[in-house]
Each structure stands twice: as structure tokens, then as C-alpha cells.
Design a protein around this ligand. Structure first.
Ligand SMILES: Cc1cc2nc3c(=O)[nH]c(=O)nc-3n(C[C@H](O)[C@H](O)[C@H](O)COP(=O)(O)OP(=O)(O)OC[C@H]3O[C@@H](n4cnc5c(N)ncnc54)[C@H](O)[C@@H]3O)c2cc1C
Length: 511
């Protein structure tokens, strides 16, 4: 039997590996000229830039993918029991980072965040000793949410409202449905700590002011498995996954764009490519953006459930401005900065409101500054660093003209990093710059209005209310990746791949 996966993002690749191991002749296709999707690699003048994800969490999910073979498909819904990274090591080296993040506040103070409880308590003591007891209560409650929401329910496909109703009382009891920032405020009186223990959802497209507090589980996901970096960059992980898929006998086709999912008798039959070719298949998986998949790849007569009104009602996540830059090293960069740096502005709630609610470009910045050459110098020519800085911005529903704004926004970001003392003298040391705006997400990655993370993870787009992994409109059409259940971020899209493949195995009588 033949399967086609549209989109070679991490979720698409993970699904392709799983389907190929299950016995489907699987073709993985992407409009880009290589794999990775948001984790695509940009290379220029000796600098290697991961364009997207850099924070690697839950290595057992990666180990499970590299361990898969036709005899061991690891489709059980529980958590992977693989204790070490034996299989992963054959493809990519993952190294733990400490600190996970260095969080800088506008007044120059900072907080080193990691998974050592005593260290965290010392950091809290330094900034706000009055909140130490609050952390102990936060830790207890976040752990309970993690155990129920991630360890027990993580692989649940919420295909019916009943699935949700079964777990709703638990989530209410754990206070996991109110917003995350409100949850953090229950435990911390200091505004800096309220930010430290709520900002992380921004890395997966969630506004701390509106994501449900179930996302507090991220704290324990990181406490449990740490934060890792793939030596050679996330691109090395992507190449490892591609190699695994090819070793299993799968086929890749890059530089080909799907134009339409072919449907006959309400059943997916294959894919028509933009170049006019048609590929037949027994099942189709889309790893592309939700609104692109339903709004563009499916004809309107094939969408009974996903009518235009439903698609229009979707609230999309924010977009990003990402500036990639290479610069001459001074040698002291590691004294102030860590591998992952969060540079917070004076404003937090007001800034988030401007970006997410008012869809305005804020005058001040909140940056995530990535400096991977502190861990792996091979990513830049000798004596240089490779870096990127990421700024959350509204998606293209804002009407902002990025072709006009982009260059000056890049200059402003560089000036900020230089003048605020994060990278002094940066502008004189610059060797290479390149940036992407919401337009890249919209036109290159086919993400509706340039959203960076799929539908925004608000309560009404979480669990049962997030697009399902098995299409309601068309039989043998499946959906995987950040737009769909369980959501965005690398661990989630790998979970999405496992959940989706389980549904396929059930539908084809293979489980
Ligand atoms: C800048 C940035 C930084 C991030 N940092 C982190 C991080 O540190 N840690 C973390 O866990 N997560 C991070 N994320 C989130 C994470 O990268 C994503 O959630 C995840 O990579 C999405 O994977 P996916 O499987 O949904 O596929 P995507 O990566 O979205 O790939 C979808 C693919 O589909 C292809 N496609 C679309 N339409 C078509 C078509 N019609 N025909 C053919 N191909 C098509 C696209 O070209 C693309 O390659 C970050 C995201 C961004 C943008």
C-alpha cells in the first residue's frame, strides 16, 4: 500500500518513518528543496543557521524514532520506555545544556533557569526571597499537571467530545484551564518571577495571557529530561531523521508542491502536484498548515465539516521576525550570554497584548537570542559566531508591509543588541545578515497569514477543539504537525506523528 506525506517538517518526517516501518511504501514530499520545514537550515559564507527550533526537549521521543524498525513500531500510547540514547547516537549527538535559558530583565538583572531545584531556589533567593515558598507550591502543582496532562494523557487523540469530558473534571481540579499567567501569579508576587515561570509558551506560539495553565507542564517536561542541543545544529537531527527514513526504504521528493488532495467517493486517492503530475496513494497525510490543507488543498465540495465559516473562525498564532547574523568573535561573548537567552522588555502584559490582541508592532522588543557557537564552534568560520535573534510579531492579519519594514526592523534589532550591551560593538563586527518576516511563513511555508505555530493554543483550540489527526471530511486523510493535536513545538509534533500513525494502524487493521 502507498502513503504520501505532504510536508517534510519534523512531524511529517516522524510520520513517514513510522508509516514506512509499518509496511506502507511512503513518499515524503515538500515544496522546499530539502527537509526540515521550520527546521530548515540556511547556510552562507561559512555560517550555518538553524532557521527555527533550537531547544530540544524530551530526547526519548527522538530515541523512539531512531529505534523504530519493521519489528518494533513503538505505537503503544504510553510514554517511551527507552532509557538511553543508544539509537540516537548513531545519527546525531544530543548534548545537555546548563543553563537552559539565561533570562535578562530590562534593569540588567538576570535569572539562570535549569532543572536543578536547589539552583532554582538560589536564583529565586537572589531576585525575590519572599517567593521561595511560592516556588515550592508551584512545583507541587505543576508536577501534578505534568503527570496527568503529559504522562497519562499526552498521547490521547481527542476525537470526540466524550474523550474531553472524561478528563475535564481532573483538569478543573488541577486549575489547569485558566490562563497561565494568572496561574503563575498565584504563586509568585515578584513580576520577574511571574515572567520566568510563564514565558516559555511563547516558544510554541502561546500567549501566556491566554494559553491554558495546562502548559505549565513545560516546566516539568524540562525538569524531567532537561534541554538539549543537537551538535551540528537542529539540521543534524533533521538529516538523521531523513537518513533513518531512507534506510527503511522510504522515498523523498523535494521541490514539489502539492496543489490538491485527490478525493473520490469521500476518500483520499492521492495528490495532484503543482507541476501537473498526479500521484496515487491509499492514504494521504498532510503536515502542512491547517488552513492551507483544508482551505487550499481540499476542494470546497470535499469539505462538509471544514466549511469556510469554520476556517475563518480559527484564531491563528502570532508570527516571528527572525534575524540571522554572523559576526567576528571578541572572545568574551560567553561571559554575559548563554547559549539560549531571553531578553525581556520593561513591559510584559502590555507588550503581549499589543502583539496578540491589537496586532500592532510594538516599539520595544522581547528577544530570544540564540548563540549556538558557544556550544558548537563548528557552526561558524574560526574566530566567528553564528547567532539568531527572534522577535514575536503579529501575523499578517495586521496589514503591516514587511517588504518596507523589514530592513529597518533588522537595523533596530541589531542596534538594540549592541547598545543594550548584549553584544557590544556588534554592528562593527557584523559579517553576514539575513532575515525572515511573516511573509516568509506565508509564501514559503504556506502558513495562512504567516502564522508561525498553527492555530493559537487557546482553550477553545486545545485538545478536542484543536484540529483532529483523522479528517472528518475525507476518509484516509490524516493531519499531523503543529496545526493539529496535540499542538506546536518539537515534542508535540513527534507526539502528533505517533498519535496519527496509531489511528492509521487502527483504520487499516494493523494494530
Ligand atoms: C523560529 C522558530 C523557532 C522555534 N523554536 C522552537 C524550539 O526551540 N523548540 C521547539 O520545540 N519548537 C520550536 N519551534 C516550533 C517548532 O519548530 C514547530 O512547531 C515544528 O517544527 C513544526 O513542525 P511541523 O511538523 O508542524 O512541520 P513544519 O515545520 O511546519 O513543516 C511543514 C512543511 O510543509 C511544507 N508544505 C506546506 N505546504 C506544502 C505543499 N502544498 N506542498 C508541499 N509541501 C508543503 C512546508 O514547506 C514545510 O516544509 C520554533 C518555531 C519557529 C518558527
Amino acid at each position: 500500500m502507498n502513503a504520501i506525506v505532504i510536508g517534510a517538517g519534523i512531524g511529517g518526517m516522524a510520520t513517514a518513518i513510522r508509516l514506512q516501518a509499518l509496511g506502507f511504501n511512503t513518499t515524503l514530499l515538500d515544496k522546499l528543496d530539502g527537509p526540515g520545514g521550520r527546521a530548515y537550515v540556511h547556510q552562507a559564507e561559512g555560517f550555518i543557521f538553524d532557521m527555527g527550533p533550537t531547544v530540544i526537549t524530551v530526547p526519548p521521543f527522538i530515541e523512539e524514532l531512531f529505534a523504530i524498525n519493521p519489528q518494533a513500531s513503538y505505537l503503544q500510547p504510553d510514554f517511551p520506555a527507552l532509557a538511553d540514547l543508544t539509537h540516537t547516537r548513531r545519527y546525531v549527538e544530543l548534548v545537555p545544556l546548563d543553563p537552559f535559558y539565561r533570562i535578562f530583565f530590562a534593569d540588567g538583572s538576570n535569572f539562570d533557569y535549569n532543572n536543578d531545584r536547589d539552583h532554582l531556589l538560589r536564583e529565586i533567593e537572589r531576585l525575590a526571597p519572599e517567593d521561595k515558598a511560592g516556588y515550592l507550591r508551584f512545583e507541587r502543582d505543576a508536577k501534578a499537571i505534568f503527570e496527568r496532562g503529559f504522562m497519562q494523557l499526552g498521547f490521547t487523540h481527542f476525537g470526540s467530545l466524550l474523550d474531553l469530558l472524561r478528563v475535564a473534571p481532573d483538569l478543573l481540579r488541577l486549575d489547569a484551564v485558566g490562563n497561565l499567567f494568572r496561574f503563575a501569579k498565584k504563586y509568585f508576587t515578584n513580576p520577574k518571577l511571574q515572567q520566568v515561570f510563564s514565558f516559555e509558551t511563547l516558544l510554541v506560539g502561546g500567549n501566556p495571557l491566554s494559553v491554558p495553565a495546562i502548559y505549565t507542564m513545560i516546566h516539568f517536561v524540562e525538569r524531567t529530561w532537561g534541554v538539549h542541543f543537537a551538535m551540528g545544529g537542529t539540521g543534524a537531527l533533521v538529516r538523521g531523521l531523513e537518513k533513518k527514513f531512507l534506510e527503511l526504504g522510504g522515498q523523498t521528493r523535494y521541490g514539489v508542491e502539492a496543489a490538491r488532495i485527490l478525493v473520490n467517493d469521500r476518500t483520499a486517492r492521492g495528490v495532484a502536484l503543482a507541476n501537473g503530475a498526479k500521484l496515487a496513494a491509499d492514504l494521504v497525510v498532510s503536515n502542512a498548515d491547517y488552513l492551507h490543507t483544508y482551505g487550499r488543498l481540499l476542494a470546497s465540495e470535499d469539505r462538509r465539516w471544514h466549511g469556510d465559516w469554520r476556517l475563518k473562525a480559527t484564531r491563528l498564532s502570532m508570527s516571528l521576525f527572525v534575524l540571522y547574523f554572523g559576526f567576528k568573535a571578541r572572545g568574551d561573548e560567553g561571559e554575559r550570554l548563554a547559549h539560549h537567552n531571553i531578553l525581556l522588555s520593561e513591559r510584559y502584559e502590555a507588550l503581549l497584548k499589543e502583539i496578540f490582541t491589537d496586532k500592532k508592532l510594538p516599539a520595544d522588543f522581547a528577544h530570544y537570542l540564540h548563540l549556538p557557537t558557544l556550544t558548537d564552534p563548528s557552526l561558524a568560520p574560526p574566530g566567528h559566531h553564528t547567532a539568531y535573534t527572534l522577535v514575536p510579531v503579529p501575523h499578517n492579519g495586521s496589514g503591516l508591509d514587511w517588504s518596507a519594514l523589514g530592513p529597518s526592523y533588522a537595523q533596530k534589532a541589531l542596534a538594540y543588541l549592541d547598545e543594550a550591551g548584549y553584544l557590544p560593538g556588534l554592528r562593527e563586527r557584523l559579517v553576514y545578515t539575513h532575515f525572515i518576516t511573516p511573509d516568509y511563513f506565508e509564501s514559503v511555508l504556506n502558513s495562512h497569514l504567516g502564522n508561525a505555530f498553527g492555530p493559537e493554543p487557546v482553550l477553545r483550540q486545545t485538545a478536542f477543539f484543536r484540529p483532529h489527526n483523522r479528517s472528518e471530511d475525507v476518509r484516509r486523510l490524516y493531519l499531523v504537525g503543529a496545526s493539529y493535536q496535540p499542538g506546536g513545538g518539537l515534542p508535540s509534533v513527534m507526539m502528533s506523528a505517533k498519535m496519527t500513525t496509531r489511528l492509521i494502524a487502527q483504520d487499516f487493521g494493523l494494530s
